[in-house]
Design a binder for this molecule. Structure first.
Ligand SMILES: Cc1ncc(COP(=O)(O)O)c(C=O)c1O
Length: 425
């Protein structure tokens, strides 16, 4: 697979662009000759790069495009709105319409505020929780934003005053003691707990229930970050599956099938205080995204999108786990995540280097026509035929890994290449 045009475009582009617009869009993959730099067109679950290579898209715009790229039904609604105006000088009636739809779907949603990015919702949630509780400390677990309150606790924290990090503290998912310890250490100072209700791991041993209990007992707010899970695992988010109702929740990504929109939702009691903090965006309530989101939520119900993604994802997971078992690769490779977002993980062993295997996996799949970054994010457009094709490619690459392991070809101890510095612990 050749990336000649990609290289030319990158060379020209980098004279004018100081950096990528999205951290996880694979620039490091491209710079290591693994992936193309730029896409020319995407349709359904396919992406076409500038060199004319066609891929099954398993990134799906980091989960934002849930139905499929350039979907006709969604596009029609967006086009209709385009002719009526993209951004009004006063509120648009679409805001109320979409807010009502969200409140009908999401168990914890009495009322809604809109934003454009996941960041808007999570950062507004933190500010509101601090205002509501009159406390400062934030306990978190996972990736939530590029804003100071979160990035201060990662390796990319330069440019952020050191003091900020005194107020943010990481706990571990499925480790209730790590959360309890933080509540003990910062007694009466914790404003909120923010977390993805499910991410790499499934909740174990009533974890979410215990998180809710401890948070409530300490008069802090529980915020579910459903930026990824929202409308992907269930039409009402993971809270609709777990039965655990947070005080506030954040939705974005899949909400607009690729158009930029987010929502902070929650109880009337807490959300009514949101007018006492400052949360305002010129492009908040922009019409094309509102129209896209209304159409997307309707589509999700009409075509049982979440159920289809769940079934297809489950099928892939089962088949790959079986293949891993057949090849006795369990000590080297394991899957986690959930059917709509599956992560392929590699383990360091005496006879293999995990990062070498991971990069081999990503690059071989790209050569086999599957655009990926080590994750598999499914959309409604990944139909049975595509899924079957993908599984065959996965199995083929697993066979190659087994072959290379037998030949001792993943042994390099001090392997230097490391993709994506991990800010998403
Ligand atoms: C769980 C989670 N929360 C929040 C965000 C931030 O969303 P955005 O990049 O749209 O601001 C992301 C982005 O990947 C995310 O994965």
């Amino acid at each position: 697979m050749k990336f000649q045009k990609s290289k030319k475009i990158y060379k020209k582009t980098s004279n004018f662009l100081a950096g990528p617009s999205t951290f996880s869009k694979g620039l490091d993959l491209f710079l290591n000759d693994i992936s193309p730099y730029a896409i020319k067109k995407s349709k359904g679950c396919f992406a076409y790069d500038v060199d004319g290579n066609k891929y099954i898209d398993n990134i799906m715009s980091l989960g934002a495009v849930i139905i499929g790229h350039a979907n006709k039904e969604i596009n029609e609604e967006v086009k209709k709105q385009l002719n009526k105006g993209t951004l009004y000088s006063l509120a648009s009636e679409l805001e109320g319409q979409l807010a009502e739809m969200l409140c009908e779907r999401i168990p914890s949603a009495d009322v809604v505020r809109f934003g454009k990015n996941g960041n808007d919702a999570t950062t507004a949630a933190i500010r509101l929780a601090r205002h509501y509780t009159n406390k400062t400390h934030v306990l978190f677990c996972g990736y939530h934003a590029w804003q100071d309150w979160y990035i201060c606790k990662t390796s990319m924290n330069s440019g952020i005053p050191k003091e900020i990090s005194n107020y943010s503290h990481r706990f571990n998912y499925n480790d209730i003691k790590s959360l309890q310890d933080l509540f003990d250490r910062y007694k009466n100072k914790v404003a909120c707990v923010i977390m993805e209700p499910i991410s790499k791991e499934n909740p174990m041993n009533y974890f979410l229930k215990d998180v809710k209990k401890i948070t409530k007992k300490n008069n802090a707010l529980l915020i579910f970050d459903e930026v990824v899970t929202g409308f992907r695992v269930d039409r009402g988010g993971y809270q609709n599956i777990s039965g655990i109702k947070p005080d506030l929740s954040c939705f974005s990504k899949a909400m607009g099938n690729g158009l930029p929109i987010s929502a902070l939702v929650g109880s009337k009691k807490v959300m009514s205080k949101s007018q006492e903090i400052f949360y305002s965006l010129t492009f908040g309530g922009e019409n094309l995204s509102l129209a896209a989101s209304i159409a997307t939520l309707k589509f999700i119900d009409k075509y049982k999108v979440c159920e289809n993604i769940r079934d297809n994802g489950r099928f892939v997971i089962d088949r790959i786990n079986q293949k891993i078992k057949n090849l006795s690769l369990e000590n080297y490779i394991f899957l986690n995540g959930y059917p709509g977002k599956t992560i392929f993980n590699f383990r360091n062993q005496d006879d293999s280097n995990a990062e070498m295997m991971r990069i081999f996996w990503i690059s071989k799949l790209i050569q086999n026509g599957i655009l990926n970054n080590g994750y598999q994010i499914l959309s409604h457009s990944h139909n049975k035929e595509i899924i079957t094709k993908m599984v065959s490619s996965y199995e083929k690459v697993l066979d190659e890994i087994k072959f290379k392991l037998n030949k001792g070809q993943f042994i390099k101890k001090n392997y230097k290449l490391k993709l994506n510095p991990d800010i998403r612990k």
